[in-house]
Ligand binder design. Structure first.
Ligand SMILES: [Zn+2]
Length: 216
């Protein structure tokens, strides 16, 4: 739909029509949907919004014809018959389940000593004949040094304990701090950057006194 009057709409909105042209146009617009739509389109121009009526804003616009590139996609071709695909998927599932069983079996059947999380190390033990305190320390070789697991017996109650690690070059490191109020079978973790073969001795110290000195 088009209307020859729309060519003067811009001039009308800008107030540049002659009075007779203006009167003519104002008589025409109320009865012409095309001119009212065009007025709505130009309404965002400053100062023109007041000339648009509410019902003009609610006029339905004709949708423009879409370009070919925007046309809906043609429907997809019919999918393959379902039965063969289901068979493929079932065989995949069976294969995956078999793989899980194989991996599970491998994990369960590997000897514990070959697994990373199993302690594969040495145990050093010592007891102090005068104090009665005894220590058993597992040393586990790690890429970062040595993991230490201490089991202490007959330690003084309510004491703070430190493990001092000495290496064969005369260096020392603190392998850990702990309190002595624990069950006898408690395993207390410690660590040192020294490799197992570098460690000369492990001193369990309370109040700056060596309670037990543990050596290979
Ligand atoms: Zn018109």
């Amino acid at each position: 739909m088009s209307c020859t009057h729309t060519v003067v709409l811009g001039a009308y909105l800008l107030g540049s029509l002659d009075p007779p042209e203006r009167a003519d146009f104002e008589l025409h617009v109320p009865g012409c949907a095309t001119c009212r739509r065009e007025m709505v389109r130009l309404a965002p121009l400053p100062g023109l919004l007041g000339q648009v009526r509410l019902e003009d804003l609610e006029l339905p616009f004709d949708d423009p014809a879409p370009e070919p590139a925007l046309w809906p996609l043609p429907p997809l071709p019919e999918p393959e018959p379902a039965a063969p695909r289901r068979r493929v998927r079932w065989s995949l599932l069976v294969g995956a389940a078999a793989l899980v069983l194989v991996v599970l079996g491998a994990v369960l059947l590997v000897p514990p000593l070959l697994r990373d999380d199993a302690p594969a190390g040495v145990t050093w033990q010592a007891a102090n004949s005068s104090s009665g305190a005894a220590a058993s320390i597992d040393l586990v070789a790690k890429s970062w040094g040595t993991e230490l697991w201490m089991t202490m017996r007959d330690m003084p109650e309510g004491a703070r304990c430190a493990l001092i690690v000495h290496d064969r070059a005369g260096r020392t490191e603190i392998g850990g701090w702990w309190g002595t109020d624990h069950p006898d079978d408690e395993r207390i973790p410690g660590s040192t950057s020294f490799r197992v073969e570098e460690i000369e001795r492990l001193d369990v110290v309370v109040d700056k006194q060596v309670l037990v000195s543990v050596r290979p």
